[in-house]
Ligand binder design. Sequence first.
Ligand code: F6P
Length: 321
Amino acid sequence: MAKSIAVLTSGGDAPGMNAAVRAVVRAGIYKGFKVVGVHRGYNGLLNNDVVEMNLRSVSDIINRGGTLLYTARSEEYNTPAGVKKAADFCRSLGVEGLVVIGGDGSFRGARDLSNAGIPCVGIPGTIDNDIACSEYTIGFDTAMNTAMEMVDKIRDTAQSHDRCSVVEVMGRRCGDIALETGIACGATSILVPEVPYEIEKDVISRIYEQKSTGKKHFIIVVAEGVGGVDDLAKYIEKRTGIETRATILGHVQRGGSPTLRDRLIATAMGVEAVELLEKGIGNRVIALKGNKVINYDITEALNMERKFDKHLYEVAMEVSI
Ligand code: F6P
């Protein structure tokens, strides 16, 4: 009987997850594995919600957002009894390795399952780019391009009306989407949770300075981890007299066809994950470092501290004048 590996997507979906699933399925079959797709994250291991994949199960998905395996955040799995049940189910299927595509929470689940005897390999899949061990997470590029497109549209109307627009982008506690989108959209101010700010100095004064050189419309990009865009918009209007609107971009950033970068990195990471499982190596997380695909022990990866690119933030502030 062919050896089996399984693949699941867990946590918030991200464009490019499908490309990663495709790579795992194709590389797995290429190497002689039977590949099982698990539906709705770890829940599928608790509810026997699995399907055998073949080469054609993953046709025409490299270009699609979302995840064809569905995703979930499982409460039941996050208990010792849940992990044991999932491990027993994997053993009953003859699954000898599992690829988990998701974020930090999903990797904790992968570590627990590895400790319960099922070798797991995590692949960073989240739009937030908030996995400490990796310079890149699948979905980040697509989400930022979507956010950029949306802010460009908001700019059109802000310009027509001589308004200020305050735009909140996703990212949970990570300011990367805000930083890079803010730079790409020429935002007057970018507020991120990693950099302490004062509204007067970092928002109001910057608007006044730009206004004094003739600028009449303004974009302020705010990370979700800072939040409060409605109150900020009201405050800006009160302090400057400039009509101000707030927009929360929300889940639009999670959908859509993945960019080339997301498809490419997802494919490379998917293949690397299967190569580790083929060697019987589990309890690892795939990461991108200097454009190379590498891997770390999951516990080591979970203990790493994420570094925000302060230099890039300073660059943004320097050119937004
Ligand atoms: O982790 C991805 C993400 O989109 C975050 O940016 C955001 O904070 C969160 O998920 C939203 O979660 P939900 O889809 O449960 O509303």
